[in-house]
Ligand binder design. Sequence first.
Ligand code: PLP
Length: 381
Amino acid sequence: MREIPFNRPYLAGKEIEYVCQAIKSLNHHGNCGWTQRAAAFLKEKCGGGDVFLTPSGTAALEMGALLLDIKPGDEVILPSYTFSSTANAIVLRGARPVFCEVDPQTMNMDPVCAAGLVTDKTKLLLPIDYAGVPCDIGAFQGIAEKVGVPIMVDAAQSLGSSKNSRPCGSFGALSTFSFHSSKNISSGEGGALVVNDPSLVERAHYIQEKGTDRTLVMQSVKSQYHWVDIGSSFLLSNIQAAMLCAQLENIDEIVSLRSRVVRAYREIFTPYEKVGCILLPKIPSDVEYNYHKFFVIFDSAERRSQFLSRMKAKGISPYIGYIPLHSAPMGRSLGYRPEDLPLTEDLASRLVRLPCYAALANDGLEYCVQEMSKVIYEFYG
Ligand SMILES: *Cc1c(COP(=O)(O)O)cnc(C)c1O
């Protein structure tokens, strides 16, 4: 029997060479050689905003929340259907996460619901790009402009995707990426904050460099640096940035391999979607996406567990999506109840993500397709 994991990190080939160069260069800290090279690549790829490489996507969100001065008493609207880090960035600042329902077509935050959650305490809209599909940013911009608040996009999964021919990373005052090994592009752990609002750039440097103006010394503007603001160490090491560069050079290849996996899955499941047995992600017509993940929403939670155990018996490891934050222990301790977001609760209980990684395209995809076809036929004939 074959073993098909849920995810397998991609190796572009030059990682070891670049990492060795970074080590031998004796520059191992952040904001030098490879870090600058990766940041320049991302700046070019993501519409020109200033790019700050961070130790993780989580750190990028936390840096963003600091930069936007999110404070106790503030409310931030975000989906319940997301990773804990999206909410933690807000809760760590003492602010309240206001959880919003999803659009079942994409599992991204629903703009109509978001508009209804605005109060005079709302300070930020924080949508995510689930599975690599950009959120309905136009609708969020409309709300944000009306209310007079910024947007930070948790674009952890959507590097390489675009909407309306504009790349992910270029949306909102801030966008954040993750280079965790589960994402399309990986440095093991890593992330980036893209600052699209020029008025936030200077302070972003201070916050990234432990609250100092060290960047000005590096740019030879000043001779000494001082403690000028709050901050933390939000830097990615040059060694990890070297690995990141090797991966970024192959971004098109990675997306193309993943697209073969996603297209094959879509082909097997589409007939069952057409007759209403299951739901599949709908890619909006103005979106090009990076094929980060592909999900199926079954007609019941029982059907999902049957699918998971049947796949497990064949050595294939699909995986559920998020367990909604509002009904998780931490969400409940903030006063939320499962019934507050019934749509999210229901869809999350039926959703499964299929194994998706670049190497699967050439090794294992046929096996997955064959076994999944059998099971889905058995379920729905
Ligand atoms: C992966 C992910 C994160 C966290 O990124 P890390 O690099 O693992 O810290 C945050 N939000 C979303 C939506 C993610 O998918």
